[in-house]
Design a binder for this molecule. Structure first.
Ligand SMILES: Nc1ncnc2c1ncn2[C@@H]1O[C@H](COP(=O)(O)OP(=O)(O)O)[C@@H](O)[C@H]1O
Ligand SMILES: [Mg+2]
Length: 290
């Protein structure tokens, strides 16, 4: 290599290093299949530190499988996954423990343990990852996490069956925050909530993300969530991420699914609602949250 080429190559590496530093999750060439069904192939995605990345795509396009691959619950056929610069594929559980402690997950449907109270649910990850923490401190941490998500303190001793849908989601969020994560995975957190409950959950997510400096991987098909709190949006289709960017950037692409999704009647209503909220004249009448 000629000296000037070496310098150029070095500069490229330095540029890459700086850029890599800003990346919380990097997925390259991901392939997942179940029998004959190929769910992902050649899927690439970067999630930047400190952003709320919305992940959208039709039902069954592999949004949950993507999340499960990143958190190690699904072993991909091919590909590379790095979280905070550490390779996650083929690592033994305890090797990756330091990274696993840095994320919290709210699974699709909430997935609270029905035989445990809210406080006991929140304590599950603390017991698992910090077994030396005593009962008193564990209770205090759980109470604090419960309050952080906007639940009343009285929710702690209740069982999931005694909670409304919105409260269950918040309890799941409290459990996801139990270990003070840097990274939060939320799988369809507002599905099944009424519009007011969904908007309140979004606000809480944004507030927590800002105060705690979280990176959020947010799977949703809630257009209001996408428009109101996501910094960027990744679109899953054709087994890969076909586009990622701000909503304005996505609208500038001419992919039919993206146009239909964001420019269909629901997309227009969400745009109008956001415009109204920010004091701009709404271009379209809105029937509110979908
Ligand atoms: N454990 C599994 N075994 C077999 N097929 C699965 C499994 N998990 C997911 N799939 C299939 O993979 C596809 C993507 O699923 P999923 O990621 O849950 O979709 P979504 O985008 O709606 O979250 C679906 O067709 C689903 O049936
Ligand atoms: Mg799903």
């Amino acid at each position: 290599m000629a000296p000037e080429e070496e310098v150029a190559a070095e500069e490229a590496r330095v540029g890459e290093a700086v850029e890599q530093n800003d990346i919380a999750i990097s997925v390259r060439g991901l392939k997942n299949s179940f029998g004959d069904q190929v769910v992902h192939e050649g899927l690439d995605l970067d999630v930047r530190k400190g952003e709320i990345l919305g992940v959208v795509g039709g039902s069954g396009t592999g949004k949950s499988v993507l999340m499960r691959s990143i958190i190690g619950l699904q072993t991909p056929d091919e590909g590379e996954i790095h979280v905070f610069g550490e390779s996650m594929i083929g690592r033994l559980d305890d090797e990756a423990l330091a990274i696993r402690k840095r994320w919290g997950v709210l699974f699709q449907g909430g997935a609270l343990f029905s035989t445990l109270t809210v406080a006991e649910n929140v304590e599950v990850p603390i017991r698992e990852y910090y077994p030396h923490i005593g009962a008193e401190l564990r209770d205090e941490i759980a109470a604090y996490k419960i309050r952080m998500t906007g639940l009343p303190a009285e929710a702690g001793p209740k069982y999931p069956a005694e909670l409304s849908g919105g409260m269950k989601k918040r309890a799941g969020l409290a459990r996801a925050l139990a270990l003070d994560p840097d990274l939060l995975f939320l799988d369809e957190p507002t599905a099944g909530l009424d519009p007011i409950g969904a908007a309140a959950f979004d606000d809480q997510t944004r507030k927590l993300q800002q105060t705690l400096g979280l990176t959020v991987f947010l799977i949703t098909h809630d257009l209001d969530t996408l428009f109101s709190i996501c910094d960027r949006v990744a679109v899953l289709a054709d087994r890969k991420v076909i586009a990622v960017g701000t909503i304005d950037e996505l609208l500038a692409t001419d992919h039919p699914w993206i146009q239909e999704y964001f420019n269909g009647p629901r997309g227009r209503a969400a745009t109008a609602a956001v415009a109204r909220e920010s004091g701009k004249a709404a271009a379209h009448p809105s029937d509110g949250r979908q």
